[in-house]
Design a protein around this ligand. Sequence first.
Ligand code: TXA
Ligand code: MG
Length: 350
Amino acid sequence: MRMLTSSDEDIRIAAEAIKAGRLAAFPTETVYGLGGDAFNVSALARIFEAKRRPRFDPLIVHIADLASLDMAADVGSLPPSVRTKLCVLCRNLWPGPLTLVLPKRPSIPALATSGLPAVAARFPSHPIAQKLIRYSTGAVAAPSANPFGYLSPTKASHVQEQLGERVDFIIDGGCADIGVESTVLDLTEEPARILRPGGAPREAIEALIGHVEMGHPPAQDTPRPAPHSPGQLASHYAPKAPLFLHNDSDMAGLSFCPDEAYLFFDEETRGAWNMRNAPNAGGDERIFTLATGANTGTADKTLEAAANLFDILHTIDKLKPSAIHAQKSPDSGLGAAINDRLMRAAAKRN
Ligand code: TXA
Ligand code: MG
């Protein structure tokens, strides 16, 4: 594995590797991706292998301009009303943290979509990601650059620690801004359905195209092979320690236990909890806050919380606590994505 900088020269090295069927991890605005040529079956196989990812979990195809969507998706086969929605979404939310599930073109290998008739396409806004895609094959398949089921990487060092020699190159582009993965929106059914909440809030999508469904469709409505979107597997995005998710008052009421870790949403609940547990728990290194307000001031706290989520969970994991107690986020904005990841981390216990 070789660590690369974000210089043009280094991005070209990674792009050449992708063209040659090898893998390169790269930053996006959401999390780091593990990229390979979306048209090359052996590169796709390497991605599944490197992540130890089951072949039933399809990959997102990343593009670097709107025109390239045609390489991956058969937009013409959509009904006109859905095409209109697609245009509105692309115009307003692309490039950005939104992945669209659309009818697949035959040129995309079945391995990329795990045999599904639909492909997930994403146009990231991160300039390094865009250059890498443009300098390589124009369509880069990239899951999050972590072993299957484990925490997503928001820094190059996370990728290095987790995948090591299983990846050829890592481009270090600093911290991912958003910190949770893209929202996966399925446009092959009406109304459209959010298969995974993420960086594009439901509110923003509904303001553009009206009501969208959430989560798995009822079983009888699923003509495709299950799971519909395996990022929805109950246990996913999981740290090593068992995680317990609490509402505000339960969290404030917990008693401090020195071998456990505590993850507060904001300083308010942490303050209430400190009062109960002081002086024991004052500056303990196992106590964390997702939104301290330090960087965002009065802005939406869920933005800061999402950006910190995976990095803090990585840090907590290294401390090897016997359990992690996490406070639920408010459900608005990126809070839905934060709670989704925390719930799936908690599901590992069962
Ligand atoms: O923000 C992101 O989306 C990041 C960065 C690297 O772009 N990528 C990412 O990829 O999170 P991954 O593989 O970790 O998650 C992709 C999600 C999974 O839940 C997968 O099941 C779903 O997208 N997905 C991919 N293709 C699909 C398809 N054809 N139909 C339904 N769901 C699909
Ligand atoms: Mg992932």
